[in-house]
Design a binder for this molecule. Sequence first.
Ligand code: MLT
Length: 240
Amino acid sequence: IYHTPELTPSDTTPDCAIAVDVLRATSTIATVLASGGEAVQAFSDLDQLIAVSEKWPPEKRLRAGERGGAKVAGFELGNSPLDCTREVVQGRRLFISTTNGTRALQKIQHSPSVITAALINRGAVVRYLLDKQPETVWIVGSGWEGSFSLEDTVCAGAIAHSLVENCPISPVELAGNDEVIGAIALYSQWQNDLLGLFHQASHGQRLLRLKSQEDLKYCAQVDILDVLPIQQEPGVLKSQ
Ligand code: MLT
């Protein structure tokens, strides 16, 4: 587990890399693909997003932009998963740029296998790992501008906890670094009150100030979507 893109090594890649941004980019990505979106294409740079999406037919695209938790002016969507209903996203490609989540994805995009995880699709991610058994797996939390985040760490812990429960491996054997043990401990303590944890998290509090409490409730649910966003080409995710 790496807590932020900045802490993630640049000189090597794992067999499988997992980007996590529970509040809210990877929850939004899972929701778009579960609601029939054609794909999600992620950008760290807004100008690049605009340039690429302009080549796409307008009726087949949606632009989602978030900075500092708020929607980017001129885009159809911000980063609320609750806006990504079937009526809105079906058959369309979502071009998205967010403060931290899309940067985490960009950091790992050259790994042979790249997926995104949130609590809402944790089970699909665990099933993929148990099925493929990649030797090295990185879980990269997006954090917030270089800092640790509780919500991404608890999601990494939820994935690791489920792996330990479903295969004959101890947390110590599973751990490539101390962060795995810490993340499992965080999940074990908060698994029955993930929303309570989000209310304490700094980005959770930022979203509450922006009146996004319904997003927190939605993103705190576990295993509600059976969808696995998997990278097809750098930055483009489709459902497996
Ligand atoms: C991010 O990328 O930092 C987040 O997804 C921010 C948000 O809550 O929209």
